[in-house]
Design a protein around this ligand. Structure first.
Ligand code: ADP
Length: 463
């Protein structure tokens, strides 16, 4: 009937507009490498901020002693301590705890929030057992993972640019976050030194490299997306400081804000962006990351409902609710391998209150999920290929045994297997068979916390 013809036309158009042929991905990767250069050349030189992390010394494995980490990036925060035993013994012991931030503290005063965090940290320190050995006369040291936009001025000094993710504490904006935490620790009588303030991608890079020395970059694919990598310090024209001894500097790309005329954007992306809290910003993130993929699918289903009466004469009311299709639901529908797509049927019923979907409808919905996820995964691979290109790691020279490992973390990569497999296959496709043998992607689950502790160790005040 006309309904299916129209629906099929909408789907074919979606497929075409979301298409990511290899040639396009190569252009995207080139654009990524070009923007990386521009962002390193000057402040504000690119949409890619290419933030200098001040981490110029990634952990080598020689680190020894007890170190702490604190991870604040959402409604939960994590505290962690490790006993590092050097090359021989590595991580001798690790303990951690997760606490949630009471909602009223997310919108209160800086003083109250940091008092709460410092008190929780003090409680955690009080449970330190005898197997954690602090050398006599030494202060405990902490790596602080803080996943909000910060203007960093040194390894342990950074001012908050703005809050995101439901936090709004006006009096903290513009303040040095390390100073705020340090003052609160003093107020609760906790003797601890904040050695490093790090973004979660930078922590993941450090934690990843500790396990795999060939790790050269870290990518987060979760609610949002971002990447960090190791750059030659003399390849950062905007860096005014002295050249670090290592010759290296970790760069936090803030790649979610990447944009390029080569990106395959659709009407659905345009309306999603226009109605978002940050129109015009984070365009790469909006077509790739976990927060948005389900919402793109919802927008396609809305059009199918409106123009092809896909769900019958009426448009399901629930389908009108922005962000109602969350990524775990999208992934579950996409992964449904039952013959009659039973899971898709039950998600449609439970989430969208569409009780009797036909197999034909279900199949088309899976196809929408597949098209949207495939585009995101292939573009993520193009971004990674862009980093490899920038570093000259997209080729292998004869006789050279150079290996490149990318540490990946985040729920989207970890739990959405179709997305993960597509990303891996696409990266192989871009690199070619020979080079892809020297490039690996490793899941580096929750390594940002331990990474922050390791960065505190490799930048210890006692070194
Ligand atoms: P964050 O990115 O918020 O720091 P995580 O790395 O733990 O946190 O990733 C959590 C995110 O992963 C969720 O917000 C969601 O976007 C995504 N996610 C969670 N579960 C799934 C799933 N089953 N399939 C795909 N993505 C998922």
């Amino acid at each position: 009937s006309g309904k299916w013809t129209k629906a099929k036309a909408i789907l074919r158009e979606l497929e075409e507009k979301c298409g990511t042929p290899t040639g396009m991905l190569l252009q995207v990767a080139d654009a990524m490498a070009v923007e990386m250069h521009a962002g390193l050349a000057s402040e504000g030189g690119s949409k890619l901020k290419m933030l200098i992390s001040y981490v110029d010394n990634l952990p080598t494995g020689d680190e020894k002693g007890v170190f702490y980490a604190l991870d604040l990036g959402g409604t939960n925060f994590r505290v962690l301590r490790v006993q590092l035993g050097g090359k021989e013994n590595r991580v001798v012991k690790k303990e951690s705890d997760v606490l949630s931030i009471p909602p009223h503290l997310m919108v209160g005063s800086s003083h109250e929030l940091f008092d709460f965090i410092a008190a929780a940290l003090a409680n955690f320190v009080a449970t330190e057992g005898e197997d954690f050995v602090l050398l006599p006369g030494r202060q405990r040291e902490l790596g602080f993972t803080f996943s909000f936009p910060v203007k960093q001025l040194s390894l342990a000094f950074g001012t908050l640019i703005k809050w995101t993710k439901g936090f709004l504490i006006e009096d903290a904006i513009g303040q040095d976050i390390v100073g705020e935490l340090t003052k609160a620790m003093e107020r609760v009588g906790l003797d601890m030194h904040v050695t490093a303030l790090v973004n979660d991608t930078v922590g993941t890079l450090a934690g990843g490299q500790y396990n795999h020395p060939d790790v050269i970059a870290a990518v987060i694919l979760g609610t949002g997306t971002n990447a960090a990598y190791v750059e030659w310090a003399n390849a950062i024209p905007k860096w005014q400081g002295p050249l670090p001894k290592s010759g290296e500097m970790v760069i936090n790309m803030e790649w979610g804000n990447f944009g390029s005329s080569h990106l395959p954007l659709t009407e659905y992306d345009q309306s999603l962006d226009a109605e978002s809290l940050n129109p015009g910003e984070q365009i790469f993130e909006k077509i790739i990351s976990g927060m948005y993929l389900g919402e793109i699918v919802r927008r396609v289903l809305c059009r199918l409902a409106e123009e092809a009466s896909f769900f019958g004469d009426d448009i399901p009311i629930k389908l009108r609710i922005p962000f109602i299709i969350r990524i775990p639901v999208m992934a579950a529908m996409h992964h449904d391998d039952t013959a009659d797509l039973k899971l898709v049927g039950s998600k449609l019923k439970d989430i969208l209150e569409i009780p009797n979907s036909s197999l034909k409808m279900r199949k088309m919905i899976v196809e929408v999920c597949e098209i949207v996820a495939t585009r995101g995964a292939r573009l993520s691979a193009a971004g990674i290929f862009g980093i490899l290109k920038k570093l000259g790691r997209d080729t292998v020279k004869k006789g050279e045994k150079q290996r490149s490992v990318i540490a990946l973390d985040g729920g989207l990569f970890e739990q959405y297997s179709e997305f993960r497999n597509c990303l891996k296959n696409t990266l192989k496709e871009l690199l070619g068979e020979e080079v892809s043998e020297s490039v690996n992607i490793e899941l580096s689950k929750d390594s940002s916390g331990i990474g922050a502790a390791l960065i505190a160790a490799s930048h210890s005040q006692y070194l």
